[in-house]
Design a protein around this ligand. Structure first.
Ligand SMILES: *[C@@H]1O[C@H](CO)[C@@H](O)[C@H](O)[C@H]1NC(C)=O
Ligand SMILES: *[C@@H]1O[C@H](CO)[C@@H](O)[C@H](O)[C@H]1NC(C)=O
Ligand SMILES: *[C@@H]1O[C@H](CO)[C@@H](O)[C@H](O)[C@H]1NC(C)=O
Ligand SMILES: *[C@@H]1O[C@H](CO)[C@@H](O)[C@H](O)[C@H]1NC(C)=O
Ligand SMILES: *[C@@H]1O[C@H](CO)[C@@H](O)[C@H](O)[C@H]1NC(C)=O
Ligand SMILES: *[C@@H]1O[C@H](CO)[C@@H](O)[C@H](O)[C@H]1NC(C)=O
Ligand SMILES: *[C@@H]1O[C@H](CO)[C@@H](O)[C@H](O)[C@H]1NC(C)=O
Ligand SMILES: *[C@@H]1O[C@H](CO)[C@@H](O)[C@H](O)[C@H]1NC(C)=O
Ligand SMILES: *[C@@H]1O[C@H](CO)[C@@H](O)[C@H](O)[C@H]1NC(C)=O
Ligand SMILES: *[C@@H]1O[C@H](CO)[C@@H](O)[C@H](O)[C@H]1NC(C)=O
Ligand SMILES: *[C@@H]1O[C@H](CO)[C@@H](O)[C@H](O)[C@H]1NC(C)=O
Length: 771
């Protein structure tokens, strides 16, 4: 059953999820339509915006680049190049690896559709697996001074395996040892010393060597201890020794020694010496540089110790990173400072240094401390050298609280907690290829995320049958995109005159997307100008270029005389600020661009209106005309004119219902009648003022008897009220008088002390001794 499941998992993509749609880009509105319709080629169309789609039906005469809904209505769907109209992401979570439970990074495959400068975030999670394979190479310094250490190691036996069991149940061990290059001055080379380099100490030990790989990676700790038990101390001459060379070969030969792809790899170096580094080899004539070739033979011996120089720290760093290996150095107190310096300066992320006790009793603690240090760090990187126009930014939520910081690594995480990461992919330039694969790598474990990036910048126009041959240009969905200097349907016609390209080096679109390229020359849309239509001409509030009062060059208006302002909408005339007289804005404001800017409380086109209380505004201009209307009201016909106060006015009767915006009303009383005379004033086309007078309307004022009755009633009501008040008042004052008399009387008969509320301010005490 399980095998069946695994099979299914292997065959099918287990789940596929779509998320993180390009935010808010789905709604295509009139602005997008406008943008689309500017595009004249398929590729510029689908690059312009996700909302734009292209109709490549050769017979279609409408706007070829348009929103999907317009296009589907008008163009045969068969001929539509649909845009990927949203940036989207797909995760493929199944793996072809054998054991999915070990995956520490999920997902491992992501598909992303990217558009230029529309960044997309991809999310992934790292979680250290509890029983992830651990491959541990024990590299022992077998120089004479380390003899106690190797004895301790031999005695560890079960303890080592128990300790490692605690870290992971799935571990492998390998063993190797090193001394130094077998040549003077690193090793004594006289015959007797070569045989037994420990002679001078009266001891017996093995001939010296540079590096010996002793045990391939094995699950069996028995075999490990047998190998350790067999190893014998040797000796070299100077203090520093060849540890770097040994580490280098473990790194480059690791696969030969049996380490696998998917594992956490550690090298434990126990030493009490300093390091020989690149350049030191010259002393023994070893000058060749090793570019990463494994020089270890089937016996585990170095084949050319005297030809190749020691590696540099930088090379070690490179190979540690390349092979995803971490280094734990166990060194006694007096040497650990040297290694700590190294760790802090160069190998910060790759090396852990522990201080080894004199009797090496804490070696197991150092191993598990180092292991924990490395398992608690995670670092992602992406190599974009194949996709130079993609920028990748990493964000990490190291504390698991949902707050992402721009980081590509976390340190000191809780060992087995999941850590969420995001990578923001931003395409800064359209790629020429349709898809690329970006690999996101983790520093320590050999798991990668494959991000397949599809860029949506090219048209395929798959259903196009008649492929045009463009003689001097390229075919862009059966439209010829001519080279500079050529025009015509097939780019067959040579241009005469201007052959400058239509594309500015700062833009992606021909004529900046604001015009048509006609034979290497831009013909700009209405409001644009310049060689590449790169300038937008100022328009007035009605969309008129230079307000119709000037000409546009390189995006700037040159105004006709009488006009000013960046869009020429400011008239230098004062006429509109005058009404009848030469007075500007009725002296209640200033005239700017032929418009009145009124002082506070004044308004109206000529500042003729004064804001009144209770929203009853006063029109100051009316005063100028009231007398004219009054004087002429009896004899108005169509030709009546009047000249008073230097104002020429034309008077005319209009009907009662005549509606106007500028009106005045004259109120007058004629006998018992209250009469209203309403008239309108307006400027005439020929510079005078026209007064349009409506018929006078009168209404009866209130009749006298009505008033008398009202007054009588009013007086009666008030009179009764006042009388009532007087009676009440008289009653109260009577009561008050009685009350006051009572008080006077009681005051006279009373002493102060008898008042219960009274307390004398004097207090006297009697001295009890004074008798
Ligand atoms: C997106 O494209 C699909 C076809 O690929 C279309 O059905 C849909 O209407 C488009 N959406 C928008 C907002 O253009
Ligand atoms: C990606 O995620 C980071 C962190 O949450 C955020 O700052 C950034 O704006 C996101 N980018 C996009 C394109 O959503
Ligand atoms: C180590 O080797 C010695 C003999 O050389 C043997 O007595 C001892 O049992 C061995 N120890 C282990 C753990 O194999
Ligand atoms: C290293 O150099 C040798 C020749 O010295 C060459 O054959 C080998 O391919 C090189 N290896 C690498 C990884 O460059
Ligand atoms: C390690 O394994 C390789 C084959 O994978 C073998 O050639 C080599 O001799 C082994 N080395 C030791 C020291 O066992
Ligand atoms: C990135 O990959 C390219 C080849 O794909 C390689 O040459 C380059 O060294 C890599 N860069 C890094 C920093 O790994
Ligand atoms: C994407 O790249 C472009 C071009 O480099 C840049 O202008 C833009 O700010 C980037 N967007 C984000 C979210 O980083
Ligand atoms: C991508 O970037 C490179 C280097 O920055 C640049 O030369 C190239 O023109 C860019 N565009 C494309 C489409 O590759
Ligand atoms: C466009 O490119 C040309 C030549 O490379 C250069 O002289 C010119 O300054 C560029 N123009 C702009 C606007 O960058
Ligand atoms: C002139 O145009 C500017 C900008 O559109 C506008 O703010 C201003 O009110 C206009 N002035 C006049 C007098 O129309
Ligand atoms: C009428 O105009 C004359 C000359 O133009 C001027 O002298 C006179 O003061 C004006 N009268 C009024 C009332 O503005």
């Amino acid at each position: 059953m399980t095998t069946m499941n695994t099979l299914i998992c292997k065959i099918f993509i287990v789940f596929l999820c779509l998320f993180e749609h390009g935010a808010g880009k789905k709604i295509c509105d009139a602005d997008h339509k406008f943008l689309c319709r500017k595009q004249t080629e398929c590729s510029s169309c689908i690059r312009a915006h996700a909302c734009c789609n292209w109709c490549y039906d050769p017979t279609f005469k409408g706007a070829k680049c348009d929103l999907a809904d317009s296009l589907t209505r008008e163009c045969n769907v068969f001929y539509i190049e649909f845009n990927k109209n949203e940036t989207q992401m797909q995760n493929f979570n199944a793996e072809d690896s054998n054991d999915d439970s070990d995956a520490q990074i999920t997902p491992r495959k992501i598909n992303v559709f990217l558009r230029k400068e529309e960044p997309v975030n991809i999310s992934f999670t790292y979680q250290a697996a509890r029983n992830y394979p651990l491959e541990l190479y024990y590299l022992a310094d077998l120089s004479y001074s380390m003899r106690h250490h190797i004895e301790t190691l031999k005695s560890l036996g079960d303890e080592l395996s128990k300790n490692l069991q605690r870290l992971t149940t799935n571990y492998k061990l390998a063993f190797g040892s090193f001394l130094d290059k077998p040549g003077m001055p690193f090793t004594q080379t006289d015959e007797q010393h070569l045989k037994n380099p420990c002679r001078w100490d009266g001891a017996e030990c093995n001939p010296s060597y540079l590096f010996k790989h002793i045990l391939n990676f094995t699950h069996s700790s028995d075999r490990f201890f047998k190998a350790v038990n067999k190893s014998k101390i040797s000796a070299n001459a100077d203090d520093p020794d060849g540890a770097l060379e040994a580490i280098f070969h473990i790194l480059v030969c690791g696969e030969k020694f049996g380490w696998t792809q998917e594992s956490r790899k550690l090298v434990i170096l126990s030493t009490d010496s300093f390091l020989h580094v690149a350049g030191d080899g010259i002393l023994v004539g070893a000058t060749l540089r090793n570019n990463g070739t494994c020089l270890i033979n089937y016996n585990g011996e170095h084949t050319a110790p005297l030809q190749y120089d020691y590696p540099s720290i930088d090379e070690i760093r490179y190979w540690l990173r390349e092979k995803k290996v971490n280094l734990i150095v166990a060194a006694p107190r007096e040497k650990s400072g040297y290694y700590l310096n190294l760790a802090n300066s160069i190998l910060e992320k790759e090396m852990y240094v522990g201080e080894l006790e004199r009797d090496s009793s804490n070696i197991l603690d150092l191993v598990s401390d180092g292991f924990k240090r490395f398992i608690r760090q995670v670092e992602f990187s992406a190599n974009t050298s194949d996709i130079p126009n993609l920028s990748v930014r990493f964000f990490a939520d190291c504390n698991g609280i949902g707050i992402f910081e721009e980081l590509n690594e976390c340190k000191n995480i809780n060992e087995y907690d999941p850590i969420n990461f995001k990578a923001e992919l931003n395409l800064t330039e359209w790629e020429d290829s349709d898809s690329e694969t970006l690999i996101i790598r983790e520093k320590n474990i050999n798991e990668e995320i494959f991000v397949r990036i599809e860029t949506v910048g090219r048209c395929k126009c798959t259903n196009l049958k008649n492929i045009k041959t463009c003689i001097h240009g390229i075919n862009d969905c059966d439209q010829c995109k001519c080279d500079g200097g050529w025009k015509g349907e097939y780019c067959e016609e040579e241009c005469t005159g201007n052959t400058i390209g239509c594309i500015a080096n700062t833009s992606d679109y021909y004529c900046s997307g604001r015009g048509e390229c006609q034979c290497g020359k831009c013909e700009c849309e209405r409001t644009y100008s310049g060689e590449f239509c790169q300038y937008k001409c100022p328009v007035d509030d009605n969309g008129k270029i230079c307000a119709g009062h000037g000409t546009c060059t390189d995006g700037n208006c040159v105004c006709f005389s009488d006009y000013s302002g960046h869009n020429c909408n400011c008239s230098t005339s004062l006429e509109s600020c005058k009404f009848g007289t030469d007075v500007l804005c009725n002296n209640k404001g200033t005239c700017s661009c032929n418009e009145c800017q009124c002082d506070d409380n004044f308004f109206g086109a000529y500042c003729e209106k004064l804001k009144g209380e209770n929203q009853v505004d006063e029109n100051l201009l009316c005063k100028n005309f009231d007398s004219i209307v009054k004087d002429n009201q009896e004899n108005i016909d169509d030709t009546s004119t009047s000249t008073a106060d230097n104002i020429t006015t034309y008077l005319k009767y209009v009907s009662q219902n005549y509606i106007c915006s500028q009106e005045c009303t004259i109120v007058s009383f004629e006998g018992n009648d209250r009469c209203k005379l309403r008239y309108c004033y307006e400027k005439t086309d020929f510079g005078g003022i026209q007064l349009l007078v409506t018929p006078k309307y009168c209404s009866k004022t209130a009749q006298a008897y009505g008033i008398n009755l009202a007054i009588g009633l009013f007086t009666a009501i008030v009179g009764v009220g006042i009388l009532f008040i007087f009676i009440k008042k008289w009653q109260i004052s009577k009561l008050d008088q009685a009350e006051f008399k009572k008080f006077q009387a009681s005051k006279a008969s009373e002493t102060i002390e008898s008042n219960p509320l009274y307390k004398s301010p004097l207090t006297s005490y009697r001295n009890p001794l004074k008798r």
